[in-house]
Design a protein around this ligand. Structure first.
Ligand code: PEP
Ligand code: MG
Length: 558
């Protein structure tokens, strides 16, 4: 398709226009690949390919600043290291085809770095990247990873792994367009936190040619292509969704002054600093696994303590909820290998990884407690993917042994929602992760764009589970937060408050609109709107009924 309009799910507001560039997959090599080259000629080509990669990295280092420049210079030096070329030569002489000789040489060096551990082991990812780039050059196909043409691009891909998205800051990417991915996929969440307009679940993106001009609207999900993308803002420009007019400032509360803390979801120190500079009332979800996605070695206690101290200090006494590592499933952490699982979303993930790696949890809790002491602040911790009260109780016990006294769990599994009272009896607070609770309630993979209608957070079955948790919290006078994406939809936020949520946590970009909505509704209005939504038989009807109820009740805050 060279022109026209295609549609997907708009998941991160704002719009941007730029030529399309595709995330190229790495080229697989094998010992059985056909080869017609003599070893000397092959070695010459490998020398050329590694040299080209070294030059590209050096050039990127010149363009980047600070820490990124240092890392890129080191990567360039690794690509130019004569011993890497020598290792490839040995593999060629042993009979390997050209590309595979590079793969094997890189694997040999990676094993050496891993054996050293520490900082050197961390360079393994960069070395693999060098190998993948050299192999692509040798095969005459585009380099893998995020293209860096030196001008703005709209990045398209089947989907992005969390590791791909971690390299987005500082890249040329001004918007994302993926064939797969649901409204609560990690691609969507990260795009929102980076302020990049994004459209996911758009299978037609697969047909778009590289370089075609596209205009992406991350609010409506509309993507205009070719001549249809002309007009409007300049190419390469990005505009955020207009803030709703007359946005009130200050803390979250309903029109009748019931407090509802509006907190931030953060995944990096940069996110935390950006959120701390706003009216955000604290951090409701610190996704600590995002800090360590590319890591092959476990982060040390000192290293973790430094990051957590930084975030606690930035928030100057506002509450911060640190979630322990939610590893596994779509967020694999190389330093916590979980083996091959048939169905990883239902496998070992979140708190379950602590059974296999108890020291990783212990180190993290030690680090959080040390950070709280060194920042002179209090801190809350919570565990992801808890299914039973026993698991919750065990986590609370371990956290308290580490000196942490404000301990909660996430409600992401229907079993935990159904028995929320038992969990609340043993924890200090709960936080509902509607992204996972939605996926497990509807048995629909949250990364599957085609199942977007099931993953709609307005599904009445999901609202029923939230209502159970809210009622259990009210009965015990304990806090019930919501930190899934549902909290960032202003009208749904009102529903959640009506169902008993005492705080809502979201990407900071969503806070002003949620605040404005809640300020115009009383707590009782929220309950009426929630009842209207739950009386529906489907997500779309729930939305419509809630909207109708809201029309009758909302009034401009005094
Ligand atoms: C959730 O599942 O709703 C949640 C907040 O956790 P995550 O999105 O990180 O899985
Ligand atoms: Mg979750």
């Amino acid at each position: 398709m060279k022109s026209g309009t295609i549609r997907g799910l708009g998941v991160s507001p704002g719009s941007a226009k730029a030529p399309l560039a595709r995330l190229a997959p790495p080229v697989a090599t094998a010992s059985t690949d056909p080869t017609t080259e003599a070893p000397e000629a092959a070695l010459g080509r490998i020398e050329w390919a590694l040299g080209a990669v070294a030059a590209e990295m050096a050039e990127r280092a010149d363009r980047a600043g600070g820490v990124a420049a240092e890392i890129l210079s080191t990567t360039s030096a690794m690509a130019a290291d004569p011993s890497l070329l020598e290792a490839a030569g040995r593999q060629l002489r042993a009979g390997s085809p050209t590309g595979h000789a590079v793969t094997l040489a890189v694997a040999e060096f990676c094993a050496m770095l891993e054996a050293h551990g520490g900082y050197l082991a961390e360079r393994v990812t960069d070395l693999r990247d060098i190998g993948a780039r050299a192999v692509a050059l040798l095969a005459g196909v585009p380099m893998p990873g995020i293209p860096a043409p030196g001008h703005p691009i709209v990045l398209t891909a089947r989907d992005l792994s969390p590791a791909d998205t971690a390299t987005l800051p500082g890249s040329d990417v001004v918007a994302l367009l993926t064939e797969e991915g649901g409204p609560t996929s990690h691609t969507a969440i990260l795009a929102k936190s980076l302020g990049l307009p994004a459209v996911v679940g758009c299978p037609a993106a697969a047909e778009l040619p590289d370089g075609v001009l596209v205009s992406v609207d991350g609010s409506t999900g509309e993507v205009r292509v070719g001549p249809d993308a002309m007009g409007g803002d300049r190419t390469g420009s990005t505009s955020r969704a207009p803030a709703s007019s007359a946005v009130p400032a200050g803390p979250g509360r309903t029109r009748d002054a019931q407090p509802v803390a509006l907190l931030s979801n953060v995944g990096t120190v940069a996110d935390a600093h950006a959120a701390a500079a706003t009216d955000s009332e604290g951090v409701g979800l610190f996704r600590t696994e995002f800090l360590f996605l590319g890591r092959r070695s476990q982060p040390t206690i000192d290293e973790q303590t430094e990051v957590y101290t930084d975030v606690l200090t930035a928030f100057r006494g506002r509450p911060v909820v640190v979630r322990t590592l939610d590893a596994g499933s779509d967020k694999p952490l190389p330093f916590l290998p979980l083996g091959q699982e048939e169905n990883p979303a239902l496998g070992v993930r979140g708190l379950r990884t602590a059974t296999r790696y108890p020291e990783a949890l212990a180190d993290q809790l030690t680090s959080v407690a040390k950070a709280a002491r060194s920042a002179g602040r209090s801190v809350r911790v919570m565990a992801p993917m808890v299914a039973t009260a026993e698991e919750a109780e065990r986590f609370v016990g371990t956290a308290r042994e580490h000196g942490l006294d404000d301990v909660g769990v996430m409600i992401e599994v229907p079993a935990a929602a159904l028995r929320a009272g038992e969990l609340l009896d043993v924890v200090d607070f709960v936080s509902i992760g509607t992204n996972d609770l939605g996926q497990y309630t509807m048995a629909a993979d949250r990364a599957a764009g085609a199942l977007g209608h099931l993953l709609d957070p307005w599904q009445p079955a999901l609202l029923d589970l939230v209502a159970l948790v809210g009622a259990a919290g009210r009965a015990r006078g304990k806090p019930v937060g919501v930190c899934g994406e549902a909290a960032s939809d202003p009208l749904l936020a009102a529903v959640l408050v009506g169902l008993g949520a005492t705080s809502l946590s979201m990407a900071p970009v969503s806070r002003p609109a949620v605040l404005a909505e809640l300020r115009g509704l009383s707590a009782e209005d929220c309950a009426v709107i929630a009842d209207a939504a739950r009386s529906a038989t489907g997500a779309q009807q729930a939305r419509i009924r809630a909207r109708e109820a809201r029309e009758q009740r909302w009034s401009v805050p005094a």
